[in-house]
Design a protein around this ligand. Structure first.
Ligand code: SAM
Length: 286
């Protein structure tokens, strides 16, 4: 999985188009191909949840509540919330991902689960003014959005007053680092400047779900600092309720440094100084 720098997109629109091509290409592989092992599709279809225990605990009961999963990908997280009792809607700009999510909803018999193809920026129009009790998102979602202020505004429009926004993401600590070859073997070193407002543009093969997956793709991602996320939410009309960091992560960005900690999560191998790898954030729409 060797990725190298690519030219920046001419504008956000070009960046989003490249990203859509990349996500459309990966959806089938993640749901039914060589990425299905990473996604634990077999275990998940058999009843395993994709949600971490802390997500279920921090969210509180979702029984009977309307839940919108923004950037739902192939619907595995969305339908895990349906198993917890929520009435779910998933939204994603990849029609291939949404087709896989609908296929899973059929297999599992969630006939009232709904999946919508839309960009985040157009979600309020796509959902025709509907408002939800809960918005859930994350685990590799925010970094695909060029404008977090717009994202927060869209989320505020889609949530009822008093509604909950809940997300899990990788920490800024993780997002500045990369693995490089040092004198004593691989080491983690700062590589990405989170004060740079341009996206990180890269080209390469492989996916986090299958490092050997062939076919070059260009991606552009906007990694965010906490202040950008917090200020977007505060300006968008949210009150931050909690922020919790953990030494476990929902993927293994540098496999040589990670070991499985539980299904769907990894932590740094013994001998490395533990660091905050992921965080969950809960906010209320005022
Ligand atoms: C890593 S997935 C996150 C979902 C979940 N954690 C998972 O892995 O199943 C990121 C998702 O964001 C979607 N996405 C990226 N940019 C988007 C945009 N501008 N509007 C809507 N969806 C977008 C992609 O299609 C992809 O399905």
């Amino acid at each position: 999985m060797a990725w190298r720098s690519a030219p920046s997109p001419a504008d956000d629109e070009e960046g989003i188009r490249d990203n859509l091509e990349s996500w459309d290409a990966m959806a089938h592989m993640h749901a039914q191909g060589s990425g299905a092992e990473f996604y634990r599709i077999e275990q998940w279809l058999a009843g395993e949840s994709k949600l971490a225990p802390w997500e279920i605990e921090e969210m509180g009961s979702v029984v009977g509540k309307s839940l919108l999963h923004m950037q739902c990908h192939i619907g595995t997280d969305t339908l895990s919330w349906a198993r917890e009792g929520a009435r779910v809607t998933g939204l994603d700009f990849s029609k291939n991902a949404v087709a896989e999510a609908e296929r899973f909803a059929n297999i599992l018999g969630f006939n009232d689960a709904r999946f919508v193809v839309s960009r985040v920026s157009e979600a309020a129009e796509a959902l025709e003014g509907e408002q939800f009790d809960i918005i859930y998102t994350g685990r590799g979602a925010l970094c695909w959005l060029p404008d977090l202020k717009e994202w927060a505004r869209v989320c505020a429009t889609l949530l009822k007053s008093g509604g909950t926004l809940y997300l899990e993401e990788s920490t800024p600590t993780v997002n500045i680092l990369d693995s490089e070859e040092g004198p004593d073997g691989p080491r983690l070193a700062p590589k990405y400047n989170l004060f740079n407002e341009d996206p990180i543009s890269e080209i390469g093969e492989g996916s986090y779900a299958d490092p050997d997956w062939p076919g070059e793709r260009i991606t552009h991602c906007w990694e965010y600092r906490y202040d950008t996320i917090f200020n977007a939410l505060i300006e968008g009309g949210f009150r931050i309720e909690s922020l919790n960091e953990r030494d476990e992560l929902f993927f293994a960005p540098w496999p040589e440094f990670f070991e499985t900690s539980r299904p769907n999560y990894w932590r740094l191998k013994k001998g490395n100084v533990p660091m905050p790898l992921s965080f969950t954030l809960k906010a209320t729409r005022l």
